[in-house]
Design a protein around this ligand. Structure first.
Ligand code: ARG
Length: 458
């Protein structure tokens, strides 16, 4: 394997060291960014008269031809320590002497720092676009289910009636915060480390403002030691990814339950389900389980990143090469999970009747029944107790509150009247919760509008 670092050494490195040291198998993902960074660097070198126009022309054409061959798949990426070495070697093979001038006034520490930021910025933008797609899908499905009543749960026990739209909008709001978290992280990391050199910049009159703006960063980083050794942004984005995966995982857990025969609220499309090798009847929500499982994998990588950096003295240390496999895997896992979530939810079918039936059971209108008595003048605590007794009576009788005749109700409180049936009807229970953020269709419409506005203004 050809090395960039020659001269000082009198013999070849051990093969085992080469294997341990190599990052090419995974950092080749940053080939495009490495070329982009080099193109900006040489343009700046030419403008600053550090290299000649002729050298610049040869180098930039050489780099462009390498990019073209990589795109076409005609240039196998192999035989070097890392992507930075590979591209420089290939350039020198193609254009000779001028290629050796590319590395003037910069270091590989510089390169890896800028390449990874460029790569991360692109990935974050892809993730953000996918989050918006998923929110749009939740909005679409919510509009179909504004009046689809279902039990809302606490402790996984039926608690109060909500609607499917209300539940989807809960997730929509989580995803909105996720989008903002990525945006905040993006803005904080949008600084260009190129020109930091190995750690202490360069003796050449390089123009860091120029390379920063050529590469589309908001500004150059302020301190060169920090510039080459900062991986905060990887951890911050990994945290945003972890939190977002936690949201997807909760949504998946919910759907796994809903797909069970016990709930029967939902059926996934065949395209997003799997079968069993032995049980012919099975239709499994593997996609949801995989996303739930991959959430743990993303958390694990976050811990890898934090641990990798915690004991490192300034500035660059080779430990930092360990960031990439973990970080790339996080980004890919998140992108893939989001990509599959949207069409899975789009194609899912909901059993509105099963949801309604579940909402009828479990006495989820008991709070409404107590509120009914309280509104008629009974102190809420007393009303609560009366309805508790009423529920115990119904459990004994194996019926719901709505099944009781008025006489039975009146034996618990004389305040009960004919209008109680309307007050504890599920649709009434929903429409009466006409409070900001609540499940009443008017309120969920407002929640939908807010998220629509959020998407439109991105
Ligand atoms: N491959 C290295 C990494 O991924 C970058 C090269 C810097 N190497 C060095 N010996 N300073 O972090």
């Amino acid at each position: 394997m050809t090395k960039l670092w020659t001269g000082r050494f009198s013999k070849e490195t051990d093969h085992l060291l080469d294997v341990l040291n190599a990052s090419l198998p995974f950092d080749q993902k940053m080939a495009k960014q490495d070329i982009q960074g080099s193109l900006a660097h040489v343009k700046m070198l030419k403008d600053q008269k550090i290299i000649s126009s002729d050298d610049y022309d040869q180098i930039s054409q050489g780099l462009t031809s390498i990019q073209k061959d990589i795109d076409e798949g005609s240039l196998p990426i192999e035989g070097a320590e890392d992507i930075h070495s590979f591209i420089e070697q290939e350039l020198t093979l193609r254009i000779g002497q001028a290629g050796k001038k590319l590395h003037t006034g910069r270091s590989r520490n510089d390169q890896v720092a800028v390449d990874l930021r460029l790569y991360t910025k692109e990935s974050v933008q892809s993730i953000q676009a996918l989050i918006l797609d998923l929110i749009s899908m939740l909005i679409q499905r919510s509009k179909e289910h504004l009046t689809t009543v279902m039990p809302g749960y606490t402790h996984l026990q039926r608690a109060q009636p909500v609607t499917l739209a209300h539940v989807w909008m809960a997730y929509g709001n989580m995803l909105k915060r996720d989008w903002i978290r990525f945006q905040n992280a993006f803005e904080l990391m949008d600084e260009c480390p190129l020109g930091s050199g190995a750690l202490a910049t360069s003796t050449y009159p390089i123009d860091r403002q120029k390379t920063s703006s050529l590469l589309g960063f908001a500004a150059p980083t302020s301190n060169s030691i920090d510039g080459v050794s900062d991986r905060d942004y990887c951890m911050e984005i990994a945290s945003a990814c972890s939190i977002m995966m936690m949201h997807l995982s909760r949504m998946c857990e919910e759907m796994i339950l809903w797909c069970s025969a016990e709930f029967h609220f939902m059926e996934l499309d065949d395209a997003f389900s799997t079968g069993s090798s032995i049980m012919p009847q099975k239709k499994n929500p593997d996609v949801c389980e995989l996303i739930r499982g991959k959430t743990g994998r993303v958390y694990g990588h976050l811990v890898t990143l934090l641990t990798m950096q915690k004991g490192l003295s300034l500035a660059y240390n080779k430990d930092m090469q360990e960031d990439k496999e973990a970080f790339f895997d996080i980004l890919e896992t998140v992108i893939h999970s989001l990509q599959v979530m949207t069409p899975m939810i789009k194609s899912a079918k909901f059993d509105v009747e099963a949801m309604h039936q579940a909402a009828l059971g479990g006495y989820i209108n008991a709070t409404d029944c107590a509120d009914y008595l309280a509104k008629k003048g009974c102190p809420f605590r007393d009303a609560y107790k009366i309805v508790g007794e009423l529920v115990a009576y119904c459990i004994e009788k194996k019926c719901s509150l709505n099944d009781l005749v008025l006489d039975e109700m009146q034996s618990f409180s004389s305040l009960f009247d004919e209008d109680v049936y309307d007050a504890i009807d599920l649709q009434t229970c929903i429409s009466q919760r006409n409070v900001l953020g609540g499940p009443a269709p008017e309120q969920v419409k407002i929640q939908i509008q807010e998220l629509e506005r959020f998407i439109e203004t991105r």
